[in-house]
Design a binder for this molecule. Structure first.
Ligand code: ATP
Ligand code: MG
Length: 421
């Protein structure tokens, strides 16, 4: 029997079970065994076809969330815009979604075309159509090892091009985050954005203003903590999206080439850390992006009569508050950002007890890294950065020798009580 054109048999594609995590396979098998259709979809299939290691596995099925939940004890239903089931296997989470319809009268749309709620189940064909890019709408069926391709995703993958399903402008209006996803996926995977998919982006960039700041924080993480931050920053600039995410940063770039090279150095450094499996805190790059805006505002406050320290600390709060209107920064990260910044004032003051409190500060390492990166584009900071590089690795005696004034004061103070005894 001849298969329909959109079904590609196992010998004509490169997806194989050995590339799929055991947990994802377990979920697929169990859903199949219970009589449901179940497919691996999205980034998982796309990345395997590109010869990459998927970062996570998404599954889609005709079982409802309640039916899925009933099959897996280790699962929970989560629901924001659309109900999903998370199945937990230790630290790995497999996300299972029910086929979703796209253009249904039940979809609530705002006047400008943005989808507000679309909790409507559909067929696999409908599910494919409501996905964003053709290469994200490939389905792997573990029952017969075939790949279902309803939107010509395989052709686009071969051409290494990112193409929106349907009319790009309409799809960006429905969900403006798709513009960020286009730029992110093209950068991450080294794909060209197809002409019609690319064209509306800079024109519609302003629609990102409607997106909740919390969602944009999640997108920020995906864009900058996936190992291609430097290219990402450049792509966002090119497509006019950076000004919608970090407006204060964007505004100052042209006038401050040293700020731009500081950002570049930080991004390069972050990418290297990720490549060698070092941890990266999402706060660090935000602290970098907002550094010049912080200084500018501090300077303005100073001219209004505030002391330098006062102006700097006031500016920290104002700069973070302003940025949070665009990308919300969870408290645990804004605290880190404040610490990194505050230490920039303390690091140059190398005398007295302050040196030890700076060195023992929980954020010393991040603050020091920040200083070193600043020094790369500001030669006047090199001496201080080098001093700290040497100081932190020196033994106690060497450290004391690096603090001549401090030592004299300490000796005096210590001797007094001893003499009294
Ligand atoms: P990665 O996980 O590597 O960042 P991904 O494409 O898997 O990339 P997810 O956020 O995991 O991204 O989404 C899984 C799939 O869900 C996508 O491949 C796509 O088919 C669909 N999808 C995600 N976000 C959207 C969106 N905003 N509009 C339409 N479809 C989307
Ligand atoms: Mg994914």
């Amino acid at each position: 029997m001849k298969q329909p054109d959109h079904i590609i048999p196992r010998d004509q594609h490169t997806v194989s079970r050995k590339d799929i995590s055991d947990s994802a396979l377990k979920v697929l098998y169990r859903l199949n065994k219970a009589g449901y259709d179940a497919f691996l979809v999205g980034g998982g299939v796309r990345d395997i076809l590109l010869g990459l290691n998927p970062k996570d596995f998404d599954i889609t099925t005709n079982a409802t969330p309640e039916q899925i939940r009933a099959l897996f004890r280790n699962s929970r239903i989560i629901g924001r815009r659309f109900k999903l089931v998370h199945i937990m296997f230790g630290r790995e989470v497999i996300e299972v979604a029910t086929f979703r319809a796209h253009c249904d009268s039940n979809i609530q749309q705002a006047k400008d075309g943005m989808i507000l709620r679309d909790n409507v189940y559909g067929t696999i064909e409908e599910d494919a159509e409501r996905r964003d890019f053709t290469i994200n709408a490939l389905y792997y069926n573990v029952r017969d090892f075939s790949v279902h391709d309803y939107c010509n995703g395989l052709t686009d993958l071969r051409k290494r091009q990112l193409r929106m399903i349907g009319d790009p402008e309409t799809r960006y209006k429905e969900d403006p985050v798709r513009m960020l996803r286009a730029v992110r996926l093209a950068t991450k995977l080294g794909l060209t954005i197809e002409e019609k998919t690319l064209e509306p982006i800079s024109r519609l960039a302003h629609l990102l203003e409607q997106i909740p700041a919390a969602r944009l924080f999640e997108e920020y993480r995906k864009m900058f903590l996936a190992g291609k931050g430097e290219a990402m920053f450049e792509a966002l600039q090119t497509h006019g999206l950076l000004s919608k995410l970090f407006p204060a940063t964007e505004q100052l770039l042209a006038a401050h080439p040293d700020f731009e090279s500081f950002i570049q150095a930080a991004l390069e450094n972050t990418d290297k850390r990720i490549a060698s499996d070092n941890t990266v805190n999402p706060a660090f790059l935000i602290a970098v992006f907002l550094w010049q805006p912080l200084l500018e505002r501090a300077h303005q406050l100073e001219t209004k009569g505030h002391s330098y320290n006062d102006a700097f600390f006031k500016s920290m709060g104002l700069t973070l508050a302003e940025q949070s209107q665009f990308i919300s920064i969870p408290k645990r990260y804004s605290l880190v950002i404040r610490d990194i910044w505050a230490q920039q004032i303390r690091l140059p003051q190398r005398h007295g007890k302050k040196v030890w409190s700076v060195l023992n500060h929980p954020r010393f390492r991040a603050a020091y890294d920040f200083l070193v990166l600043r020094a790369e584009s500001d030669p006047s900071l090199r001496e201080i950065a080098d001093w700290w590089t040497k100081f932190q690795d020196a033994d106690k005696a060497e450290q004391q020798a690096m603090l001549p004034k401090n030592r004299r004061r300490k000796v005096k103070r210590r001797r007094k009580p001893k003499n009294k005894d």
